[in-house]
Write a protein that binds this ligand. Structure first.
Ligand code: HEC
Ligand code: HEC
Ligand code: HEC
Ligand code: HEC
Ligand code: HEC
Length: 656
């Protein structure tokens, strides 16, 4: 198994969410793509996409994807399953509804299922190399639709079929669906709905923009004037359009910037700024590396192009004195939907990072705002009349109006804001759109747009794992939890607390890095992780506890007559005895964090799940326990006993 996983892991994972992706990545490629081609259907509607694994969870009454109406779901996955060695395998499926599985065109499983019980295929011989795999699923008329397909073989213990073992090539249906999906994503990201009003339940439709209240204490006049005139000149992926393009565009932008600069809070933050010193700069440089800020930013001392990453060279022009450290400490303070996460920095850390960033930033171009009262009044009236307040908040009347979304006719989606060459007198804002962006928005505009009224957590995850760069950390750095495992491993409730930043216990306190919090996006991301792995968005209730087995588990975890799990794992306040081995996560967290199914699979064979894991295997190929005198060496029962003890969480008695 090790060789298989290592071999196929070398394939580069291509993602399916296409939010603001460089156009080149959208071009059809003949290279095989990891995962399978999937088509989901509800009634006559269908939605095509690349899928990482064969899994799906759709709560009753909800749509499977934003492009399908709610109602009974059916789905087909197809592509190649590649193995390094010829051998016999069994496929296992937990599902509700009907499932048919074909390997090399032979039906190997065709059955009705009632999750959570598993249905096994007959034994199947897989050839070395590619084997054609097709799964056809149809969900029940009533209740939740769910399916997960796993496999097992001689050296492959019961686990999901890994994405890297699956491959497919793209097809015109997937390209068409991707374009429509990207159009919907752009429509939300660029906040079109703020001017072209309409209804919708897609979460991002309520996305805000930075608040103007007190902005003069946080941002510099000169920077704001340049930003307002042309945001794309300062950041290529800005969600804000240019609103001024007449002969007085510069004057208008400056007047607004002057007015905004005059909006100060009572206590200017400059009062508390300590003078930067060389030690702070060096400490900040160290932090910048440790925390992997480059996952989303152009390294400040690099001149390499980094598409999709945010530059920081302009911080001295942008931030008012002291405001940079304040921003780093709480990026969402004035802007809930900001994509910059919260690292929960201490005041000292924020000052050090700010000192470092300022030390490598470009010389600022600072200009004092014009003090002329008439310019401030002009700025104030432009803020009210130009559409700024459709996106930004400030206590001023908004006098800007545009056609509601329902009145934008399908054939007009090449004009107005989408015109390739806008006419000089058009009042429409100008976005920096590529030809592919325009095509995607056009495809969305010509659809019935009902997708705005549908939300699927798995789709939310697909687009925001790209826009929030999750995989620029997960899978890139040693010791970080692997991305593909997260959804099958964690209970969504714990994942939600952790991603939103409301869970303060760090699972891996030994890591120098830390998971930054995404307070606004986190809950949907966590639900999406679960449903994309075929698990419910709310962890099901536990079965009844077994106190007797818990006592056996207590003994098993300890080092007298047990497996000595405590040599690597702490249990609550009791520290691990030999942490230098390979630190494991505190076992008092296991029950809150882990899906029971993951716990069983992990204990059975850790290396089959994480090829780099240093955790030993305690069960042989047949699944029998190495401690044959406990519970008669019964593997599943031994694992259950461990779980019963771990279930006690903070009440776990001290291990022996
Ligand atoms: C700041 C407000 C604002 C935002 C944001 C905005 N628009 Fe517009 N849009 C307008 C105005 C104003 C017009 C009318 C232009 C005119 O009268 O010349 C317009 C025109 C249009 C038209 C042409 C309508 C017609 O009937 O001719 C389309 C299509 C359109 N916008 C789509 C979009 C899309 C897609 C987005 C998001 C990418 C968007 N708009 C964002 C204000 C806005
Ligand atoms: C998950 C991605 C992500 C990570 C990780 C991240 N940032 Fe950011 N950061 C962003 C985004 C997106 C913005 C732009 C926010 C906006 O203005 O809308 C931003 C903005 C900034 C800015 C303002 C830049 C400007 O000129 O507008 C600074 C400074 C900054 N980040 C510093 C940091 C530091 C320091 C770290 C590491 C501790 C870090 N960021 C980690 C995504 C990230
Ligand atoms: C369609 C929505 C939209 C409109 C209309 C809009 N903005 Fe923005 N603006 C944004 C977003 C979103 C950001 C955050 C940066 C980003 O994502 O590009 C932003 C950022 C800013 C910032 C930087 C704030 C900061 O704290 O970093 C300023 C200043 C600003 N806008 C001013 C204006 C002014 C002035 C107008 C009107 C002339 C305006 N905006 C119109 C969406 C909009
Ligand atoms: C700057 C790097 C970075 C980025 C970006 C990042 N993570 Fe993480 N993440 C980490 C680190 C480090 C950990 C391990 C933290 C620990 O165990 O204390 C982690 C842990 C997690 C965990 C818990 C996993 C476990 O087994 O304990 C989840 C869930 C998670 N991240 C989800 C996400 C999602 C979703 C995104 C994108 C929205 C994301 N991460 C982006 C660094 C990052
Ligand atoms: C040689 C050290 C070592 C020993 C001994 C060990 N583990 Fe682990 N364990 C690890 C490591 C390393 C991880 C992975 C940590 C990570 O994800 O960063 C791990 C992960 C786990 C996890 C997943 C934790 C989570 O919350 O994500 C569980 C549960 C677990 N071990 C249970 C056990 C049990 C039960 C035993 C004894 C039967 C045991 N371990 C023995 C090193 C060890």
């Amino acid at each position: 198994m090790r060789s298989l996983l290592l071999g196929v892991c070398r394939l580069i994972l291509v993602t399916t969410g296409l939010l603001r992706f460089p156009d080149a990545l959208l071009a059809a490629s003949a290279e095989p793509i990891p995962g399978l081609a999937s088509v989901l259907r509800s009634g006559p509607a269908s939605d095509h996409r690349s899928a990482d694994i064969i899994a799906l969870y759709v709560p009753a009454g909800q749509p499977a994807t934003p492009f399908l109406p709610a109602g009974p779901v059916s789905a087909t996955w197809s592509g190649d399953l590649t193995v390094d060695l010829r051998g016999d395998y069994t496929f296992h499926a937990a599902f509700s509804g009907k499932l048919k599985l074909l390997i090399n065109d032979a039906v190997v499983l065709d059955s009705e299922g009632r999750s959570p019980s598993w249905v096994d295929s007959q034994k199947v011989r897989l050839n070395k190399g590619a084997n054609r795999i097709v799964a056809e699923y149809s969900g029940p008329q009533k209740g939740d639709s769910e399916v997960r397909v796993y496999w097992s073989g001689k050296e492959v213990p019961f686990n999901p079929i890994p994405t890297a073992a699956l491959s497919h090539s793209t097809n015109p249906d997937i390209e068409r669906s991707d374009r429509l999906r990207k159009g919907r994503d752009l429509f939300a990201e660029l906040r079109c709905i703020r001017c072209h009003a309409g209804e919708g339940s897609m979460p991002e439709l309520s996305a805000d923009a930075p608040s103007f209240s007190g902005i003069g204490s946080r941002r510099q006049f000169g920077w704001m004037a340049r930003w307002i005139a042309q945001p794309a000149s300062l950041r290529t992926d800005s969600a804000m359009p240019d609103l001024f393009h007449g002969p007085d565009a510069v004057g208008q932008s400056e007047a607004i910037a002057a007015f905004l600069a005059s909006l100060k809070t009572a206590t200017p933050s400059a009062a508390t700024v300590p003078a930067p010193n060389p030690e702070a700069v060096e400490a900040g440089r160290g932090l910048y590396e440790k925390l992997h800020c480059v996952a989303c930013h152009v390294a400040p001392d690099s001149s390499e192009p980094a598409p999709g990453k945010i530059p920081q060279k302009g911080v001295r022009s942008k931030f008012a004195p002291g405001a940079l450290a304040a921003f780093l400490r709480k990026p969402s303070e004035h802007y809930a939907w900001i994509r910059m996460p919260d690292f929960k920095l201490s005041a000292l850390e924020a000052t050090q990072l700010a000192a470092f960033l300022e030390s490598v930033a470009d010389q600022p171009s600072l200009a004092a705002p014009p003090a002329d009262e008439s310019i401030l009044l002009k700025g104030k009236s432009l803020v009210s009349s130009s559409g700024c307040l459709n996106c930004h908040s400030l206590d001023l009347p908004n006098a800007f109006k545009a056609k509601p979304l329902a009145d934008l006719k399908p054939e007009s989606w090449t004009s107005g804001c989408l015109a390739e060459t806008p006419s000089a007198d058009s009042k429409a804002p100008r976005y920096a759109l590529s030809a592919a962006d325009r095509a995607a928005l056009g495809a969305f505009g010509r659809s019935d747009r009902s997708s705005l009224n549908r939300h699927s957590a798995a789709d939310f995850l697909a687009r925001h794992s790209v826009s929030l760069h999750c995989r620029e950390c997960h899978g890139k750095f040693e010791g970080f939890p692997a991305w593909d495992l997260l959804g099958g491993k964690l209970k969504p409730e714990w994942a939600s607390r952790f991603i939103t930043g409301s869970e303060s216990r760090k699972p891996r306190p030994w890591l120098e890095s830390r998971m930054p919090a995404f307070p606004t996006h986190g809950a949907w991301l966590a639900q999406g992780l679960a449903t994309a792995h075929g698990l419910p968005p709310v962890a099901p209730a536990d079965d009844a506890p077994d106190a007797e087995l818990a006592k056996v588990g207590h003994q098993l975890v300890g080092s007298s007559g047990g497996f000595a799990c405590i040599s690597c794992h702490s249990v609550g306040e009791f520290g691990a005895t030999q942490v230098f081995e390979a630190p494991g996560i505190n076992l008092a967290l296991s029950h809150e964090r882990l899906q029971p199914d993951f716990f069983r699979r992990w204990l059975r064979n850790p290396v089959s799940i994480d090829p780099n894991s240093k955790m030993p295997a305690y069960f042989d190929e047949e699944g029998r326990s190495a401690l044959s005198e406990v519970l008669g060496g019964d593997g599943p029962k031994t694992i259950r006993a461990l779980w019963e003890y771990l279930r006690l969480g903070s009440k776990m008695p001290k291990p022996e």
